[in-house]
Design a protein around this ligand. Structure first.
Ligand code: ATP
Ligand code: MG
Length: 358
């Protein structure tokens, strides 16, 4: 167990790093953020900040020397940076998790190798292979996604026929996968942690609603039958074990009409659909992650309240006065100076007694 006063290094300086920073400093750790961006929401929650590029080996080496363990708040840490740091200090959740989650094709192959279900998919790296992939998926509507670097629905195009699939590939200008459109009954996610000792604690599954590719709300309980909830937790456990994972993971799921769960994608980090844990659990996903990477025991993932988390996207945040006056609303703002359309500015957790979610 890292003692209080030790330093946890975090790659990335966005809102997830900020909330990890708050959780880490609350436990008595120093938190050192490493990120290249001019504006760093995490900086206000950190003890030290290094502004450096992920390609800057000298700066990364100095960062490693200044911390006791390295973690990250986003999955697109360049492999070279992860490898360099991994030779110097423990990197948790780990290089394998990054490797798998950075590439949608590798990720889907990995999930299938564990016996888990996914949407049907096929790889494509040119217009011609896109047409073949479209046909291989049965000639029904598909989503063309870049294999790497997509988020909030960016790098995705719907294709209703082979010609559209080929055009999408030319527009995206990157290796892609095509996914069959899943006619889901709903979207769920599980946020779960695995400790250094192998203990697993999965938070309750959340029911998620997206609009324009961006998460809007997460609700717990998800109002699915108990078998589905248990299966969601089991799936997270299988993935955590297979990755020999340490820390918090987000597993996005589609609930099929018949009740089956398909894994959409995994995020090897704290996850937007786990923000409700900040106010509805004894330890939030952020504390749980810091505990895991510091080798501390995990807290039980029990939930003490029902909750709806609403993302404050763009102008939504201008309602802060009204939200601040709501008695059951827990407001979390990210300190971003500029409101932009589609930008996650904060979130609000509305709490209800157990069994009282409207
Ligand atoms: P995020 O950053 O929000 O996780 P992302 O850019 O990584 O998004 P995905 O999670 O792959 O992208 O997709 C975003 C959303 O698009 C999903 O949550 C879902 O609503 C829809 N979607 C993606 N793939 C499929 C699919 N195969 N079938 C049906 N809907 C899909
Ligand atoms: Mg997603």
């Amino acid at each position: 167990m890292l003692a209080p006063g030790s330093t946890i290094g975090i790659l990335g300086g966005g809102q997830l790093g900020r909330m990890l920073g708050h959780a880490g400093t609350a436990l008595g750790f120093h938190v050192h953020i490493y990120a290249p961006d001019a504006e760093l929401p995490a900086a206000e929650a950190a003890t030290h900040v290094t502004r450096g590029a992920y390609e800057d080996a000298a700066a990364l080496t100095a960062f490693a020397a200044a911390v006791d363990v390295v973690t990250y708040e986003f999955e697109n840490v360049p492999a070279s940076a992860a490898a360099l740091l991994n030779g110097l200090k423990p990197v948790r959740p780990g290089v394998k998790a990054l490797d798998v989650a950075q590439d949608r094709l590798t990720e889907k192959d990995f999930l299938r190798s564990l016996g888990l279900h996914t949407a049907p998919y096929a790889a494509a790296d040119s217009g011609a292979t896109a047409e073949a992939a479209f046909a291989a998926l049965g000639g029904r509507e598909a989503i063309v996604k870049t294999r790497r670097l997509g988020y909030d629905g960016k790098g995705q195009v719907r294709a209703r026929n082979a010609a559209e699939a080929a055009a999408a590939l030319r527009d995206l200008k990157a290796p892609c996968i095509l996914e069959g459109v899943v006619p889901f009954a709903g979207e769920l996610s599980v946020v779960a942690a695995r400790g250094l000792d192998g203990t697993i604690a999965a938070f309750d599954a959340a029911a998620n609603v997206h609009r324009e590719g961006i998460l809007r709300t997460s609700r717990v309980p998800a109002q699915v039958n108990t078998a589905v909830g248990a299966e969601a937790g089991r799936i997270a456990g299988v993935i955590l074990e297979a990755l020999d994972y340490v820390g918090v993971i987000g597993v996005e799921l589609f609930l099929a009409v018949g009740g089956a769960l398909l894994v959409n994608e995994i995020a090897p980090r704290v996850h937007n659909t786990g923000h409700w844990t900040m106010d509805a659990c004894a330890a939030s996903q952020f504390e749980q992650h810091m505990r895991a990477v510091a080798g501390w025991p995990l807290k039980p993932a029990a939930r003490w309240a029902d909750c709806e988390m609403e993302n404050l996207i763009g102008d939504d945040v201008l309602n802060w006065r009204a939200i601040a006056a709501e008695p059951n609303a827990c407001l979390h703002l990210y300190g971003k100076s500029e409101v932009r359309a589609g930008r996650k500015m904060g979130h609000v957790n509305r709490l209800y007694p157990l069994g009282g979610l409207p």
